[in-house]
Design a protein around this ligand. Structure first.
Ligand code: NAD
Ligand code: KPL
Length: 306
């Protein structure tokens, strides 16, 4: 049987990590780039490079722009949460009826917005615990082993193409409870990332702010329960402490965004959580204050605060 084509939108860290592993396994992949200028730069580079365990491998994956006429049956959306809706809108007319769209975005909010745009497609939400960064344009470093939890909000059965991921060595687990996973990751990120930015520290240094972390976790548990996400609240504090310990030497993704003067995904993390709490009539004074402090911090640095 002929393998069906993977379109990967966004040649950033995770998009490149997925595209290179799929292509390396001999699976057909097309990269979708923003415009002709990016396509020209990509072609001049001669493909995507993956660095893994000190080995560099270049893969000449065919690329196209958003307005290419080729129909799309399976799309991996690998841009940031704040770009997802606009990117998918610009490509929606290319999706065939029943197309599958995998959404790799962190946080919550962007996935639901994209799914609402595409009632004719099957949207699959992915929560990735893998780590990757770009060391240069069109070159990605695989920096952290993890897995990709996937599922859809309608709790339909796993698709047959998961076998492509087996062939490509992309770790994954299908789950009927993807929303629980996404809420849990959201809570972990809200407990850790903003504090690392405000204290200007590595994850492990939050051990010196244990009272602040504990109070935040207590409030997060209340908010999750009031928002109808009790599963995501179970053992949250213990897991936050475990992650802080296990990633003690690392800087959180939000810390790195701020240091590298990139826009953060605050609206899809703390922003989403504070709005969800308010919608459920739940007071969340610590989370709201943290969000305000973070916004002030970003503004003071001249960075976008949305
Ligand atoms: P990134 O910034 O490295 O890559 C995003 C890419 O999307 C960029 O190359 C950008 O130019 C491209 N893009 C944006 N809009 C586009 C458009 N309209 N058309 C074409 N391309 C477009 O981001 P990333 O680190 O790969 O993160 C993607 C998502 O995955 C984020 O939500 C992030 O939080 C999440 N995530 C990342 C990691 C990681 O280790 N990098 C791990 C887990 C989750
Ligand atoms: O996912 C993370 C991040 O930095 O974004 C961890 C390591 C869990 C910290 O919140």
């Amino acid at each position: 049987m002929k393998a069906s084509l993977w379109h990967v939108l966004g040649a950033g860290s995770l998009g490149s990590l997925w595209a290179t592993r799929l292509a390396r396994a001999g699976l057909p992949v097309r990269l979708i780039l923003r415009n002709e200028a990016r396509l020209k730069a990509y072609n001049a580079k001669g493909g995507l490079t993956l660095s893994e365990q000190g080995q560099r491998q270049s893969l000449d994956i065919p690329a196209q722009t958003l307005d290419d006429p080729q129909p799309i049956a399976r799309l991996l959306v690998a841009c940031k949460a704040y770009d997802a809706e606009r990117a998918v809108t610009s490509i929606a007319s290319r999706l065939v009826p029943g197309a599958e769209v995998l959404l790799l975005q962190n946080g919550l909010g962007s996935q639901q917005a994209v799914a609402a745009l595409l009632p004719q497609a099957r949207c699959i939400f992915v929560s990735s615990t893998e780590g990757a960064f770009r060391d240069e344009d069109f070159s990605v470093v695989f920096a952290g082993q993890g897995t990709n939890w996937m599922g859809d909000a309608q709790q339909r059965p796993a698709p047959a193409w998961l076998y492509d991921l087996v062939l490509a060595g992309i770790p994954h687990q299908w789950t009927a409870d993807i929303l629980d996973r996404l809420w849990r990751k959201l809570a972990l990120n809200c407990a850790i990332n903003p504090l690392t930015v405000l204290h200007g520290c590595r994850n492990g240094e939050l051990q010196a702010h244990a009272d602040e972390v504990t109070a935040l976790c207590d409030e997060l548990v209340t908010v999750l329960e009031r928002c109808g996400q009790p599963q995501a609240a179970v053992g949250l504090h213990e897991e936050v402490n475990r992650v802080i310990e296990a990633t003690a030497a690392n800087y959180s993704s939000m810390y790195q965004d701020v240091v590298q003067r990139r826009r953060t995904e605050i609206s899809y993390l703390l922003g989403y959580l504070c709005i969800a709490a308010a919608r459920h009539g739940c007071q969340a004074p610590l989370l709201n204050r943290l969000r305000e402090q973070l916004i002030e911090h970003l503004k003071a640095k001249g960075l976008p605060s949305d």
